[in-house]
Design a protein around this ligand. Structure first.
Ligand SMILES: C[S@@+](CC[C@H](N)C(=O)[O-])C[C@H]1O[C@@H](n2cnc3c(N)ncnc32)[C@H](O)[C@@H]1O
Length: 324
């Protein structure tokens, strides 16, 4: 896919997620050869529209339409390319904990939890949040982080049986791996997470703030490393006699294709349970059908336990169509 096509596709996604300002900027970049030439100076993996626009904001680009950003981008091109080399897309979306919690509830505790691509580790705190779908709730009802998810269950009447009841299984040990872990105690690092969010979405900044505040009371352990190479050494530190669960949400897309399979193989070699909430068509071993009548947006991701698909959902974990 060309860089222009990536920005055009991103414009549609920005529109869908309620960020018309970013959609307008993405269309501006997509149709501007000089701007595309700046982006193309960054390495291929860093030419992501979310990352490019966040880096511009981080470096103080003017808030406004493409006609304002364009001259700034061309004037600051060296700074933008250098910053793109230092940054990763690290959006830590706690809303993905809702589908994650539904799969986690099916694993008997006590649990040792490892997340790969953990960013700030906010999804490692999955048991510290409360969840609601319709009149069903689970997790921690007193948590300052309450997450809603619309769940549709095939054959509707079975929904009661498919959703968890409070509380979630006990997590006795937890740790995350990330190429560049984000420390929730460091305001500057947290500011980068906020910068990655769409400027219009004050609700998401508020949710991030509440999740960070909660995580600061007991920051999850994070180690710097690669999802594949770092997994076995970290797993070796987990207590014995408990169920090891490895989680990946919105992360494996950033691994080159062969490394994705290497990750799946490594989880199998460790004998760990594995929960994934990843792009539906990403993994050879996770084959998800789109149920009839479900839109592509609502089937962006597949929720799977040990590679067995439980359902499909949107990119952010706010809508889930459970099939198993
Ligand atoms: C989009 S964020 C997702 C964070 C979190 N899982 C969530 O759903 O909110 C992807 C994370 O994966 C990390 N990452 C990318 N490639 C990685 C790799 N090879 N090994 C470990 N972490 C990686 C990035 O640094 C980033 O923090």
């Amino acid at each position: 896919m060309s860089t222009s096509d990536r920005f055009l596709a991103a414009a549609l996604a920005f529109d869908r997620e309620g960020s018309p300002s970013q959609a307008e900027l993405a269309r501006g970049v997509a149709g501007d050869p000089a701007a595309l030439a700046v982006v193309d100076r960054a390495e291929e993996a860093r030419r992501q529209p979310v990352l490019v626009l966040a880096v511009c904001r981080w470096l103080g680009a003017p808030h406004g339409p493409w006609s304002m950003l364009r001259p700034w981008l061309l004037a600051r091109s060296d700074d933008v390319v250098a910053e793109l080399g230092r940054r990763l897309t690290q959006t830590n979306d706690v809303r993905r904990c809702a589908p994650l919690s539904i799969a986690l509830a099916r694993v008997p505790g006590p649990i040792a939890l490892i997340e790969v691509g953990a960013s700030a580790g906010l999804c490692l705190c999955v048991d510290r949040y409360g969840y609601r779908s319709g009149d069903r709730s689970w997790g921690d009802p007193s948590s300052t982080v309450q997450l809603g998810i619309d769940v549709v269950v095939e054959g509707g009447a079975r929904s009661e049986a498919e959703l968890p009841t409070a509380p979630l299984p006990e997590i006795v040990w937890r740790a995350g791996i990330d190429l560049d872990p984000v420390d929730v105690r460091d305001p500057d690092q947290v500011a980068w997470l906020a910068t990655l969010l769409p400027p219009e979405r004050a609700d998401r900044r508020d949710l991030l703030g509440r999740a960070v505040a909660l995580a600061r009371t007991a920051p999850p352990r994070l180690v710097a490393g690669d999802a594949v190479d770092g997994l076995a050494p970290l797993a070796a530190e987990a207590p014995t006699g408990v169920t090891l669960v490895v989680v990946s949400t919105g992360t494996l897309v950033y691994l080159p294709g062969r490394r994705r399979q290497a990750f799946v193989d490594e989880v199998g070699r460790l004998g760990a349970r594995w929960i994934s909430y990843e792009r539906r068509d990403l993994l050879r071993d996770v084959v998800a059908e789109v149920p009839p009548g479900v839109s592509p947006d609502d089937a962006f991701a597949a929720l799977a336990l040990d590679g067995r698909v439980l359902g499909v959902g949107d990119a952010h974990g706010t809508r889930l169509h459970l099939t198993a």
